[in-house]
Design a binder for this molecule. Sequence first.
Ligand code: TYC
Length: 123
Amino acid sequence: MCAVNHLMQVSPFMQGDDDGDHKGPGNGTAVITRTKTRLKRPSLYRVLLLNDDYTPMDFVIHVLERFFQKNAEDAMRIMMHVHNHGVGECGIFTYEVAETKVTQVMDFARQYQHPLQCVMEKK
Ligand code: TYC
């Protein structure tokens, strides 16, 4: 959950705030604005591996263990799913975590000159 503060109303003290700086009366008094906290579920993103003809199976298994905390059995199952179906899910994450995983996998694959592709998609 992430908290979002919505400004509920302009403080009556702001009514004298006509100098354009939106910082209050400007006479040394504090302005307290009322806020209401609303909880919003973060959007989730699938991280996917794409099949290709060249990346070694053992490399893909290693990627799944190293970056997605999969055990050997799950890593083998996911790798074979991608190999047989063209695409498969490595995990579901919030935006920034998903983006980080994609970058880590793409950098790692490039380092070893494998054409492995990793992408994210909104759920
Ligand atoms: N198709 C690859 C091979 O036969 C293996 C592979 C699996 C490649 C999954 C990428 O995401 C992938 N060596």
